[in-house]
Design a binder for this molecule. Structure first.
Ligand code: SF4
Length: 373
């Protein structure tokens, strides 16, 4: 049995080499890999079709050719994904699934199709009215189109049982990650902000059962250790906070991540796909109906704000860091509500603009924030 440090090292290593396991999978199985664009796609369908679903969350790349296709105010995660498609980084990816969750994704999908014709393009739409029956039926039919495209790619039909089994595999992974984040806040001496992020992110680049096994092994190891909380507890909210330098700055300035509300992290695994409710495909569609707490899932009552307030109390959070993806309208619309709620609650808030590149001023701003909470 590996010790916790070896397990952490393995997961951090995967998080830094996103496409390594894709290459290894393709060489071993002869099957294909499908890129899953941010923020939510039914990756279970890719797994059910025997292929490797890999999360495409951009990266720190100089965007030169991508600017020929999208305006300069495209968010950096999509800009980087397009650049990686254009410069050949994604050459081992056979298809991409692109959800139309925001205006930028709607346009990016069409541009990716033209700019990177070597990669099969699968786009689908989420219903705005997700709480009504028509929304579920619509999404089920959209997922049906995605599945047909995946079957064409793999050359084989996907059974109801295969989708149902995939849902179980992904729900197991969600459960493992909830277990991990539940333990991580009690072991912030070991699970630094960067380690916490890397353990979660590595799941986008590994075969799910392997990731689940490693995360559970890490949880087993952590649960034998005494509680040790180091640093002032903060909550991260936004689309993503994956800049290693920034996450290390948090630790260097005495901050630890007690809980997050990030689309790349906790929002992915807060809710399971229901085990009841009809066919496997319908249950996948129902996930979008029950899903809460994200700027991308229409919610006139904005439960996200109450969910963050509840987490602040539950985890004794001293300050909130809003990780605002630059040019992300859906997140920007939520910010005034969140800011007001935090002010009313007397919780300090730091607004950090994220563009997948370290900010020169980040160190000073994080240090000042740490001093006031
Ligand atoms: S939701 Fe925001 S971060 Fe995500 S793709 Fe759209 S603009 Fe970019």
């Amino acid at each position: 049995m590996k010790n916790y440090q070896e397990l952490i090292d393995s997961l951090v290593d995967v998080s830094k080499h996103p496409l390594r396991q894709v290459k290894e999978f393709k060489a071993r199985t002869g099957n294909k890999a499908v890129g899953c664009f941010p923020e939510y796609v039914p990756a279970e369908l890719v797994y059910a079709a025997g292929m490797f679903p890999v999360g495409l969350w951009g990266g720190d790349v100089e965007n030169s050719r991508a600017k020929e296709y999208v305006p300069a105010f495209c968010c950096s995660v999509l800009m980087s994904d397009l650049e990686y498609g254009l410069n050949g980084t994604y050459k081992d990816i056979d298809a991409v699934i692109i959800p139309t969750l925001c205006d930028t994704l709607k346009c990016l999908g069409q541009n990716f199709k033209v700019a990177v014709p070597s990669i099969k393009h699968i786009q689908f739409t989420y219903p705005q009215m997700r709480k009504i029956e028509a929304g579920v039926t619509f999404l089920e039919s959209e997922y049906g189109r995605v599945l047909t495209a995946l079957e064409e790619l793999s050359g084989a039909k996907v059974s109801e049982k295969a989708i149902s089994d995939a849902i179980e595999v992904f729900n197991d992974n969600r459960m493992a990650l909830r277990r991990f984040t539940g333990l991580a806040c009690d072991h912030t001496d070991i699970i630094t902000p960067f380690v916490r992020h890397a353990v979660i992110k590595s799941g986008f680049f590994m075969e799910k059962p392997s990731h689940t096994a490693l995360v559970n092994e890490l949880c087993d190891a952590l649960s034998t250790l005494p509680v040790s909380r180091k640093g002032k507890a903060v909550l991260l909210t936004g689309i993503m906070a994956d800049d290693e330098a920034m996450l290390k700055m948090l630790a260097d300035n005495g901050l630890s991540v007690a809980v997050d509300d990030l689309a790349q992290e906790t929002r992915q695994f807060r809710f399971d796909v229901p085990t009841q409710g009809g066919s496997a495909m319908r249950r996948l569609a129902l996930w979008w109906q029950i899903f809460e707490g994200c700027s991308l899932a229409y919610d006139p009552s904005k439960k996200r704000i109450d969910m963050i307030a509840a987490d602040i109390d539950k985890y004794d959070v001293k300050g909130v860091i809003v990780c605002m993806m630059k040019f992300c309208d859906p997140e920007e619309y939520d910010y005034p509500l969140l800011k007001e709620a935090l002010e009313n609650k007397g919780v300090p808030c730091l607004y950090m603009e994220i563009d997948q590149k370290a900010e020169a001023q980040a160190q000073t701003r994080i240090q000042a924030f740490s001093e006031i909470i």
